[in-house]
Design a protein around this ligand. Structure first.
Ligand code: GAR
Length: 208
């Protein structure tokens, strides 16, 4: 739990932004536990930016530099967050690795959603990885972001059963629906309930 005042939230998104949409819808119903202030994207074509504008939320594209898998300079991104007094960053399909400037500034204040039951299937195309592996149960994970790929203390997980008659496409559709339920609920819990870290374990509830 952060503070008594309503937390100011920013979303980082690279693509379609369906998870942003779920977060924004929950926020507009007053169910997110904080205020969604801005969307930042590394991709000026990201539909997430259009969705933000439709919700009346500021849409930003700070410079990314020359690299594809990370931001060359995180300073403009950090400045944009500081100027807007952002408390918590929510990664929602943000496809670049982040590093010390942003991770240190937002330690324990940055969440990510990943479409697998971590630690299984980190990285790209997690749903496809699980599908090809032939798992019978998969799911999605919301976790605190650390300097490691799709890792960090787990805030919430939801399972999705792989059905006998599934195709990868039908599994993907149920996975996304599960993400859209899980992420807003996990953010609300993270923002409104006290928690502590016991090693890797994130434990909700007031101290004894
Ligand atoms: C989501 O499935 C999200 O979990 C995944 O990208 C998709 C973005 O969809 N993120 C990762 O794989 C992060 N490692 P969206 O743009 O429609 O929210």
């Amino acid at each position: 739990m952060l503070s008594a005042r309503s937390a100011r939230l920013a979303v980082f998104a690279s693509g379609n932004g369906s998870n942003f949409e779920a977060l924004a819808s929950a926020a507009s119903r007053g169910e997110l536990g904080g205020d969604l202030v801005a969307v930042l994207s590394d991709n000026p074509q990201a539909f997430a930016l259009e969705r933000a504008r439709l919700h009346g939320i500021e849409a930003l594209t700070p410079p990314t530099g020359r690299f594809r898998s990370r931001l060359e300079d995180e300073t403009p991104w950090l400045d944009a967050l500081r100027e807007r007094r952002i408390d918590v960053v929510l990664l929602a399909g943000f496809m670049r690795r982040l590093h010390a400037p942003l991770l240190d500034a937002f330690a324990r204040r940055m969440l990510n959603i990943h479409p697998s039951l971590l630690p299984a299937f980190p990285g790209l195309d997690a749903i496809g990885q699980a599908w090809r592996h032939g798992v019978r149960v998969t799911g999605c994970t919301v976790h605190l972001v650390e300097d490691a790929l799709d890792a960090g203390p787990i805030v919430a997980q939801a399972t999705v059963e792989v059905r006998e008659d599934d195709t990868q496409e039908s599994l993907e559709a149920r996975m996304h629906a599960a993400e859209h339920r899980l992420y807003p609920a996990a953010v609300r819990r993270y923002l409104t309930e006290p928690f502590r870290l016991d090693g890797r374990r994130l434990v909700f509830g007031a101290e004894e």
